[in-house]
Design a protein around this ligand. Structure first.
Ligand SMILES: [Zn+2]
Length: 375
C-alpha cells in the first residue's frame, strides 16, 4: 500500500513544482503562457459503478462510444477508515474531503465532530462557481458529502440546513423531494432560486444561486440535460467552476441485482460524459474525471456462458450476454479512475496506468491540485 501513497505524493509534488515553476517562469507583463492553466474541473461519479457495471453498459448497447475509457486511468481502492467496505457517505466524504471516515458520516472525521473542508470550499476560496447535479435527492449521501456535515446520512434536516447555509455550493440539482419542498422558504431566504419543475429550469437560469428539486426529471436523459443547463450557468464565471455530477441509480439497481436497468444507468452516465466532452470541444482549460465511490453487487459480465452466470439478458443487438451478481450489497471491488485534460499539465497523469492502484482519498488531492492550478 505504501507504494501507492508515495506515488500520489510524487504526483502532488510534481503538480506543485510545475505550478511553482509556472508562476516563477512566466514572462512578466507578456502574454499568458500557451498553457493557460486549469480553470474548470468536472467530477463525474457513478454510484456503485465498478468495472463490471461499465462493461454491462457497453455490452448492452454495443454502438455507444465510451470516450472516457480511453483516458488516462487507474484503479481505486474504496475502503473506509477502518479498512471495511464503504458506504456512499464515507466513500463520498473521502473524495470530497481527502479524509477517510466512518460509514454513515457525511463530511465529518471519525471523531464524529470535526467538520472537514470540502473541495467546494477550496473552489469557493478561489472565487470559483460550484454546482452539484445528481439523479438522486439533493440530501442523499453522495451530494451531501460535498456540501454538508452530519453524523448520519439519514439526518436529512441537518444536511439540508448545512447545504443551504454553509456549503459554498451555488447550484444544487436533484430529483424532487417533499423534504426539500418543506425548506422552500429557508432555501429562498439563503439566496437560492427554488425550482420544482424540470421544464421550468430556464426561468431561474439568471439567478446566481439555484436549488432545483425537480419533478418530471427524465429517468435516462435528465442527467445529461441538467448538466448541460448547469454548465451554461457556471461557465459564465471568469474564475472558473467546479461541478460534481452523480448518476446515483447505478447503485440502486445493483442492490436489486437488476442488470438491464444498471446497464441503462451506466449509459445515462456515459451520455452525460459525452455531452460534457461536446461542450468541452477544443478548450484546454477544463479537467474531467470519471470515477465511483464504490462497487455494488459484485457484478461481472461476459459474452459466453460460464457456471453461475445468468443468461436472461438480451442486449440491444439481440445477442445474449451473461452476468452474475455476487451480492445485493456494496463490495470492496476496485473501481476505475479516468482523467482527461488537454493541457501540457496532463503529461503528469500519463504516469497513471490501468494497473496502478490509488486510494479514494487521493482523488481529493488530485482535484485540489487541479482547482488550485493558476494561469
Ligand atoms: Zn448503495
Amino acid at each position: 500500500m505504501k507504494r501507492f501513497f508515495s506515488k500520489a505524493i510524487v504526483f502532488v509534488l510534481s503538480i506543485t513544482m510545475l505550478t511553482t515553476c509556472f508562476i516563477g517562469c512566466a514572462p512578466t507583463g507578456g502574454n499568458p503562457p500557451a498553457d493557460g492553466g486549469i480553470k474548470n474541473v468536472i467530477l463525474v461519479i457513478g454510484d456503485g459503478m465498478g468495472i463490471g457495471q461499465i462493461n454491462a453498459g457497453k455490452m448492452d448497447k454495443a454502438n455507444d462510444v465510451y470516450a472516457f475509457l480511453n483516458w488516462t486511468n487507474a484503479r481505486v481502492n474504496t475502503s473506509n477508515a477502518t479498512g471495511g467496505v464503504t458506504d456512499s457517505a464515507a466513500g463520498g466524504t473521502a473524495i470530497a474531503t481527502g479524509t477517510l471516515t466512518t460509514n454513515d458520516y457525511v463530511g465529518l472525521a471519525t471523531d464524529g465532530e470535526t467538520e472537514l473542508e470540502t473541495i467546494m470550499d477550496v473552489a469557493k476560496a478561489l472565487n470559483k462557481s460550484t454546482g452539484i447535479v445528481t439523479t438522486d435527492y439533493i440530501y442523499e449521501a453522495t451530494p451531501a458529502s460535498f456540501s454538508a456535515h452530519a453524523q448520519s446520512r439519514e439526518d436529512i434536516d441537518t444536511i439540508i440546513e448545512s447545504q443551504i447555509t454553509s456549503s459554498n455550493v451555488d447550484i444544487f440539482c436533484g430529483k424532487y423531494s417533499d423534504e426539500c419542498a418543506d425548506y422552500e422558504y429557508d432555501i429562498e431566504e439563503n439566496g437560492y432560486a427554488y425550482c420544482e419543475s424540470f421544464q421550468a429550469i430556464d426561468s431561474t437560469l439568471d439567478s446566481a444561486k439555484q436549488f432545483w428539486s425537480l419533478k418530471n426529471y427524465p429517468w435516462m436523459d435528465g442527467l445529461k440535460t441538467a448538466v448541460e443547463k448547469v454548465i451554461s450557468v457556471l461557465e459564465k464565471d471568469n474564475d472558473g467552476f467546479v461541478l460534481v455530477v452523480e448518476q446515483a441509480d447505478i447503485d440502486k439497481y445493483c442492490h436489486e441485482n437488476n442488470l438491464k436497468k444498471t446497464a441503462q444507468c451506466v449509459q445515462s452516465l456515459n451520455n452525460t460524459v459525452n455531452a460534457i466532452m461536446s461542450w468541452l470541444g477544443n478548450r484546454n482549460d477544463t479537467a474531467v474525471i470519471v470515477t465511483a465511490d464504490h462497487e455494488t453487487g459484485g457484478l461481472s459480465v461476459r459474452d459466453s456462458y460460464a457456471e453461475g452466470y445468468k443468461s436472461d439478458w438480451t442486449t440491444e443487438s439481440m445477442a445474449t450476454a451473461y452476468y452474475r451478481f455476487e451480492s445485493g450489497n456494496h463490495t470492496s471491488a476496485e473501481v476505475g479512475f479516468y482523467i482527461y485534460g488537454a493541457t501540457p499539465k496532463f503529461e503528469d497523469f500519463a504516469t497513471y496506468k490501468r494497473t496502478d492502484l490509488i486510494k479514494n482519498k487521493e482523488i481529493y488531492q488530485i482535484l485540489k491540485s487541479l482547482i488550485e492550478d493558476k494561469d
